[in-house]
Design a protein around this ligand. Structure first.
Ligand code: HEM
Length: 116
């Protein structure tokens, strides 16, 4: 009889433990990206060159170490801009010759950092 009580007690404890998981975090669904942080890319100049906006590739440009996504902008179609400027490059030293200045960058998303 003692043995039976012991077995019953152990079963109750185990059963109790296995069902008390109300605070377990739920796996986020692909649609719910509210808590997903977008990680910044780290690209070298060589890697950045691949984002030239050609043949459906993304168009990224770097200025002062930040990489901006200019894909789809009407002034960056196929990665081509004014005065021979093209995507996939570090344009830091050329932007001072542009008629618009660096404020124009505010409308674009920073997607990464330029690294050595
Ligand atoms: C590096 C990042 C750059 C970005 C994100 C950028 C973006 C833009 C955008 C959005 C416009 C259209 C402005 C508008 O019509 O409202 C524009 C115009 C222009 N950009 Fe840039 N640009 C960049 C660099 C440069 C550089 C390096 C040059 C030249 C050295 C340049 C030369 C020009 C010129 C000539 C225009 C036309 C201005 C006009 O139509 O009056 N841009 N740019």
């Amino acid at each position: 009889m003692k043995k039976l009580i012991l077995i019953l007690s152990i079963s109750l404890i185990l059963f109790g433990c296995s069902t008390t998981t109300p605070n377990e975090p739920s796996t986020p669904s692909p649609e719910d990206n509210s808590e997903v942080e977008t990680e910044l890319l780290e690209l070298t100049l060589e890697e950045l060159a691949e984002f030239d906006g050609k043949d459906g590739r993304k168009a990224y440009v770097a200025v002062d170490g930040d990489i901006y996504d200019v894909t789809g902008n009407r002034k960056w179609l196929n990665g081509e801009h004014e005065q021979g400027m093209t995507a996939g490059k570090d344009l830091s030293e050329f932007i001072s010759s542009a008629p618009h200045g660096k404020d124009i960058l505010k409308q674009f998303t920073i997607v990464g950092k330029l690294v050595e």
